[in-house]
Design a protein around this ligand. Structure first.
Ligand SMILES: *Cc1c(COP(=O)(O)O)cnc(C)c1O
Length: 333
């Protein structure tokens, strides 16, 4: 498969339209275009949400989704918080499974996977609804084969700790909605241009939230520390999975209000580790924090052994190399 992450698609997608009263029977259609009006609500007022998950091919050729019901539950919650029409979660799951069954042969071997992108858009033809929801919409599901995220090596990332900017408005951080990514872009681009960092750790008023597209975790001894869930950041399913596996492994998991000063203090201990959980990278190691003009190395500055062990533990379950003790996998074929 050629192309950067997220640029290659299966030729068909599954789509269902809501006309204000009911949903059309899902259809498989060409995935390279969608007929919507230039005045569609989504194009002006960002009535859009999505989700992201992966399907994996095991060595015997069987294909599994990972925590699909949790992903669809979050997709339904995002739709609800954007006042988009209510999705049918069972139908959304059936659409995903039927599409994956059809393209099961195209699911890449591990460490690759098939990325699944359900999307919900407001389709009302009205530029007069700036402060009103779209009463019509479409849900569609795209499949995108992806390769090994760490193919070019596992380098520890450098983050700018930003105490001033917010990633998005704090009441919609847990919605996977297009507008949130647009609003985070300027701080991220400025940080990259001015400070040569990989990502921004948004920490308004000195309280850590997350980066542009992944959550934040620290490991200090046998303690795993991460911000407790609130509306200001995305409730990652990878975060939740890693926390579960960390508890299984005997870590004390501490979900708390995490201040920048605590992060900087703990980072300076020689064995501290930090990482970013998210579906794409699973757990990306963090090696440096740039804060108030000073660079702080996190522990050794290299990908940490505990971080890599937790990532392997999750990958092993996803890839069928370890027992799925939490019932996270659903068989496609
Ligand atoms: C999707 C996403 C995450 C990670 O969620 P996962 O369910 O682990 O993939 C974290 N932060 C943001 C802003 C996201 O969009």
């Amino acid at each position: 498969m050629a192309g950067a992450f997220g640029t290659v698609f299966m030729p068909e997608m599954s789509i269902s339209w809501f006309d204000g009263n009911g949903w059309t029977t899902p259809q498989m259609v060409a995935s390279d275009h969608i007929p919507i009006h230039p005045a569609a609500h989504v194009l002006h007022y960002s009535s859009t949400c999505f989700d992201g998950q992966k399907a994996f091919k095991h060595s015997d050729g069987s294909v599994y989704t990972f925590r699909i019901e949790d992903n669809i539950e979050r997709f339904a919650q995002s739709s609800r918080l954007l006042h988009l029409p209510t999705i049918d979660q069972d139908v959304t799951k059936e659409m995903t499974m039927a599409l994956l069954e059809k393209y099961a042969d195209d699911v890449p071997d591990t460490p690759g996977s098939m990325y699944i992108r359900p999307t919900h858009i407001g389709t009302d033809v009205s530029i007069g609804k700036a402060a009103a929801p779209s009463s019509t919409s479409a849900v569609y599901i795209l499949l995108s084969p992806v390769g090994d995220y760490f193919a070019s090596g596992d380098k520890a990332l450098k983050l700018l700790v930003d105490e001033h900017d917010m990633r998005c408005a704090p009441h919609v951080g847990m919605v996977k909605s297009g507008g949130n990514y647009a609003s985070a872009l300027h701080p991220i681009m400025s940080a990259r241009a001015e400070h040569d960092v990989d990502q921004v750790l948004f920490s308004p008023d000195g309280i850590v939230q997350e980066t542009g597209a992944s959550n934040f975790i620290m490991i200090d001894g046998d303690e795993l520390i991460t911000p407790a869930l609130n509306t200001s950041f995305l409730h990652g399913i990878t975060r939740d999975s890693i926390l579960t596996l960390a508890r299984d492994a005997g870590y004390r998991v501490n979900e708390c209000e995490l201040s920048v000063s605590e992060v900087i203090e703990r980072a300076q201990k020689p064995e501290t580790e930090a990482s970013l959980p998210g579906t794409a990278a699973v757990l990306a190691p963090v090696g440096e924090l740039l804060y108030a003009g000073k660079t702080y190395t996190v522990g050794s500055g290299k990908p940490g052994p505990k971080t890599l062990a937790l990532r392997k533990r999750l990958n092993d379950i996803q890839w069928g190399l370890a027992k799925d003790t939490h019932g996270w996998l659903t068989k496609v074929r």
